[in-house]
Design a protein around this ligand. Structure first.
Ligand code: ADP
Ligand code: UDP
Length: 237
């Protein structure tokens, strides 16, 4: 599959057209950003890990009956995906309080919820990705009511699959962000990536952070943490 012109360069990935109008190539970079782009840096080898981890997890999710954009891994950093029109929502599932949830509600990090929660942010850099609820998303015409129902069902389904999988790796899935998109025929599929950039992953025994929080909070050992979760994933997939 030939890589044609670049469609988009984001903070973590580049997206290219291909000879097939329904397929794109995503190319994962080592660039890292946090706090809406205010903090910038590089995590050596991150692009390779995120590409491979995301692909393995998407294939697992697809097998469990939730459709994804994954088509084929092309190289260490490049993957062929189905082109979607992204639903401009960050869909966040949480099992344990952390990050912006802890800050917003004054809840200590690490408090375990009885049931997972879901929240949405309107993907809009100029507005700083404001929180929104299902009614807002429908009013803003970001998605229809049916699409929102499907997105919620898929997001909680992904949580059950990933929570169980990471548990077997000795890793606790704290929270994560998903993005969904529409194929040309309107089918909703899981898109973007699932990686330590987009999930909070804590060592089940020690509570050590094995994700992008090491970069956000200047904890050091960022590369090692990404390599450690990838190693555990490979041993257990
Ligand atoms: P950002 O845009 O937040 O800086 P990235 O650097 O990850 O993020 O850029 C990747 C972009 O590609 C994102 O805007 C994402 O929504 C989009 N994207 C992910 N998967 C697909 C897909 N299958 N089809 C079209 N766009 C996609
Ligand atoms: N997240 C993400 N992209 C974003 C915002 C959040 O991937 O733009 C992920 C983040 O890695 C975490 C989860 O979503 O796993 C919840 O993030 P939170 O709202 O706590 O945000 P924070 O402000 O701490 O990044």
């Amino acid at each position: 599959m030939n890589k044609r012109e670049q469609l988009y360069e984001g903070k973590a990935k580049k997206v290219f057209k291909t000879d097939d109008e329904n397929l794109l190539i995503v190319d994962y970079k080592d660039d890292a950003t946090a706090f809406n782009g205010l903090k910038k840096g590089t995590i050596a080898g991150k692009g390779v890990i995120n590409n491979k981890m995301s692909n393995l997890l998407m294939q697992k999710i697809e097998k469990e009956g939730i459709p994804t954009h994954f088509v084929k891994e092309l190289s260490d950093r490049e993957t062929l995906v189905k082109k979607v029109s992204i639903v401009p929502l960050e869909v966040i599932i949480r099992n344990i309080a952390a990050g912006s949830f802890s800050k917003r509600y004054g809840v200590e990090e690490g408090v375990v919820f009885e049931e997972p929660t879901i929240e949405f942010s309107y993907k809009n850099d100029e507005l700083g990705d404001p929180l929104c609820n299902t009614y807002h998303a429908i009013a803003l015409k970001l998605a229809t009511a049916d699409e929102m129902e499907r997105i919620k069902k898929y997001a909680f389904g992904v949580n059950e699959i990933l929570k169980e999988f990471w548990k077997g790796c000795g890793v606790t899935l704290v929270d994560f962000k998903l993005e969904f998109g529409r194929l040309a025929d309107g089918t909703i599929v899981l898109a973007d990536e699932i990686s330590p950039d987009t999930c909070r992953l804590w060592d089940s025994k020690t509570g050590e952070k094995l994700d992008k929080d090491r970069f956000r909070r200047d904890l050091g050992g960022v590369e090692d943490a990404y390599a450690e979760v990838m190693k555990r994933l490979k041993e257990n997939i």
